[in-house]
Design a protein around this ligand. Structure first.
Ligand code: F6R
Length: 222
């Protein structure tokens, strides 16, 4: 179930092939997108392929609760790494917003997500659904775990600058996607990836819910 690729370049281009094919087959594609270090190569690949994003609609998995103009906000990240480098319409790029039911309705009214790209946290989170999150969870405010704050401190000047809360899509929201791709990069992710994909399906390991989805692919490189 875990596809092991030779390099980060291959991981990025393999997933870019999937996104490219999806957009070419269905110009009106609805995507769920992640941030973090793992998809940076994917976004570079996609930009270099000069796809037509005119009709594509995106939903980001999560946002920190922080000033959106901050360079480390996920809104800034997406503009810098993907949106400002393609012809996507800013109005088609959605981030979780309040009221959360309206955000969820926006996803539902878009006739469903064709492709959801995920990363995985070192504690098994997907989006910011930390261990213990309900498998039925929907978009909501969450407290980030100590582990996530520590992991993400590498993007900030100091650990004290890392936001402590976020808005995340729920596990229930993610699972409604028609197709899901999980990307993981680095040896430090291998153990949790194995636990999530081959171990018990439990809310203690949020990514293990993916074992219950019938159209999931996992791509890993060390
Ligand atoms: C970010 C997100 C997170 C990350 C995960 C891995 O939008 O949804 O679940 O995918 O924390 O982050 P990296 O890729 O930085 O290791």
């Amino acid at each position: 179930m875990i596809n092991v690729l030779k390099s980060y370049k291959e991981l990025s281009s393999t997933v870019a092939d999937i996104v490219e094919y999806q957009i070419q087959e269905e110009p009106l594609t609805k995507l769920i997108l992640p941030t973090g270090s793992t998809p940076l190569g994917l976004y570079d690949e996609l930009v270099n392929r000069e796809l037509d994003w005119k009709h594509v609609i995106t939903f980001n998995l999560d946002v920190y609760l922080m000033n959106v103009k901050h360079p480390e906000s996920y809104q800034s990240y997406m503009k810098k790494n993907l949106f400002d480098r393609t012809n996507i319409y800013p109005d088609h790029c959605h981030f979780p917003f309040r009221p959360f039911s309206a955000f969820e309705d926006k996803i539902t009214n878009s006739m469903g997500i064709d492709l959801c790209i995920l990363g995985i946290g070192s504690n098994g989170h997907i989006a910011f659904n930390e261990p213990g999150s309900s498998f039925k969870s929907r978009t909501r405010v969450v407290n980030l775990s100590e582990q996530t704050i520590k992991d993400n401190s590498r993007f900030f000047d100091s650990i004290d600058d890392v936001p402590k809360q976020a808005i995340t899509m729920g596990l229930g929201t993610i699972m409604e996607s028609k197709r899901i791709i999980l990307m993981a990069n680095g040896n430090h992710k291998l153990n949790i990836l194995n636990v999530a994909m081959n171990g018990e399906v439990t809310e203690d390991v949020p990514a293990s819910i993916l074992q219950n989805h019938n159209n999931v692919e996992v791509y890993y490189c060390d």
